[in-house]
Design a protein around this ligand. Sequence first.
Ligand SMILES: [Zn+2]
Length: 175
Amino acid sequence: MFKEERAEAMFNWDMIGSIAEGRPNLGTTMDVSVYRLMQFTLRDVLIQELGVDAADRIFYKAGELAGRELFKSVITQKADFAAFIQELKDLLLNLKIGILRIEKSDLEKMEFTLTVAEDLDCSGLPVCEETVCTYDEGFISGLLLEFSGRRVVVKEVDCWCSGDRVCRFEVRPAA
Ligand SMILES: [Zn+2]
């Protein structure tokens, strides 16, 4: 699983395991601080070892893989865009990832503006004038790639960390 070298992603949803079986007393949820502790220490070490650009690239790519696999394994509404977005909104809410809103949507041009409030990755962090939700950028791109078959570039333009109350993402078709 994690001790095999690889050139391509080997992740699949089964790797998440049976949480209910493995954690009969503790259950399927835990504190957000634990998620952030893991993500931010990992990111800190990646930056130390590889630099900011490579760390960002890895986070984006991992987020994209997560979005693709979530779409394949969890999303059931794979044909109608409005139904897909509604299911995604409900899922992100139920999983307590964040509160998704679509501000602008043009499926033909593959141009979207969307916001995530109470984002798992950044809401409540100290303001530092950076947009930090690189994993989320990749995550959104992976979901849209699987839905549409088209590659997009997702850029976070507002973030809790840059002083905003929501994270705002601009989606454009990949060149
Ligand atoms: Zn953010």
